[in-house]
Design a protein around this ligand. Sequence first.
Ligand code: ASP
Length: 330
Amino acid sequence: MKRRKFLKNASLTTVALSSAISLLACAEEETNTPQISATTKPAPIAICTWGFVNANAEAGKALENNTTALDAAIKGVSTEEKDIKNTTVGKGATPNRDGQVTLDACVMDSNGDCGSVMCVENIVHVSALAKKVMTETPHVILVGKGAEAFAYKQGFKKENLLTQDRKKAWQEWKKTSKYQPIINIENHDTIGLLTLDSKGDIAGTCTTSGLAYKMNGRVGDSPVIGSGLFVDNQVGAAVATGMGEAILKSVGCFLIVELMRQGKTPQQACQEAINRIVSKNSNYKDFQAAFIAVNKAGETGAFCIHKGFAYMKYQNGKNNRIEAEYYVKT
Ligand code: ASP
């Protein structure tokens, strides 16, 4: 009798266990199932932060020539990295408070693979370098001198990134040494670029010198996967610009992709991520933060704290500047 009861209990337990397992499997299937599915495949899209017309057109045209999403994104941002007129990316960027130009970048592709470099000196194309970390090393992140040494091994050239013009501006800044990131001014020109290619695959990159006159060794959100950039090829992608410290604390881009997975549009997801930053930072009026996003269906969106942020969108041969909606209305 006892044995029969035991067997009965055991088989009930087995039934309960297997239903629990199948429930869990269902739950897992549900969370992994993308909510966004494109009925017709969208034409390739490139979107990027701020008004980087040329960089975005470069990426858009590369996509039209069937370049993969990640290579098109890297090609796009490389035009800004080498442009000395852009004072927050690549060559000609603004130095830290000790007069050194240190760059951060990351990439993420449609397989969910990623690479990142932080606080790198003397290398212009750090976005391409981040891709090399992804493809040529067993790691995701390389920093500082290690990243620089790796770059030379990969054939990157050593270049002085500090232009005379930026050196002068830094010497001028040193007279007061007042560290105050300015909203929408040139110390906020990080370029983040997201692409959806002709196969429907999504990738992105983000490249920057970070905030002007930052402390030596400071790294912001831009090269941090999840904060400055996140891609999930089943769902979509997001990239950030603005006050890195606030974006880091909310892991903004991962949040946006997860919100899109739950059915939010890119626009709604970006807005919710900004709301999160606003609710957690009582000083939100003192800084800018902005996100742009694209989903698998080719919808795009953007949201920021302060008026004045715009993004570029290239699709079907047209490269449009779109003013983003913003939180602070007064
Ligand atoms: N997010 C960048 C950083 O904090 C700066 C920017 O986008 O303006 O390093």
